[in-house]
Design a protein around this ligand. Sequence first.
Ligand code: ADP
Ligand code: MG
Length: 228
Amino acid sequence: MSKILSANKISMIYKTGEGDFYALKDASLSIKKGTLVILRGRSGSGKTTLLNILSTLDVPSLGSVVFENMEISKMSEKNRERFRRKEIGYVFQAVALLPMMSAYENVEFALRLSGYKGNRKERVEEVLHKVGLSKRMYHMPYEMSGGEQQRVAIARAIASKPKILFADEPTAELDSKTSLKVIKIFKDLIEQEEITVVMTTHDAGLFGIGDVCYEMEDGQIVKADDPV
Ligand code: ADP
Ligand code: MG
């Protein structure tokens, strides 16, 4: 399997009253196409910081991030934004569906913004089907459970066919059964959509469920478990 994304000795340094604070320190990892990668660690261990850098939302203080053959950490902000819109899907920790729009409209709206060239109606129905929400397409967010809203957010993030999907603690608010359902959806998407998924979790129960798991502690990757 070929490599899609790598981080090479990245650090994220914040200036504080007491001096420099390393939210990330010399973190390196390499992600293969078509895998489910899990970043696990306690709250404050640097998971969101790392995810935001890998997804090009943030630029590291030190080190480089390479996507396929491009060094994204060196791109201009404008190019990064263009790149992100085309190649990257992101599910934020707090699911932010537009409350006045149905599941269908939430996905359709995002697809329209992305400049998707294909048939939008078909694609919206297809991705909602893939996350198991065919029957709830016209429900409003307030009519759906947290797990269902989470699945709409996933459908929305993958609708425009990004190469890689990032999800920040997508199972944090879900019970263990619903969490496993979300993981199953990621695994199915990897098979059907040829996507790569990188997610974070603080749930020790999910360690070992991905193809590769990285354990984080105090901004460092302390353990890489690669059962592949
Ligand atoms: P996690 O997602 O694992 O809970 P984060 O990546 O959000 O951890 O945060 C890692 C550490 O960096 C935390 O100690 C947090 O307080 C600190 N941090 C995150 N963002 C900032 C910021 N903008 N300024 C200063 N410190 C930050
Ligand atoms: Mg976080």
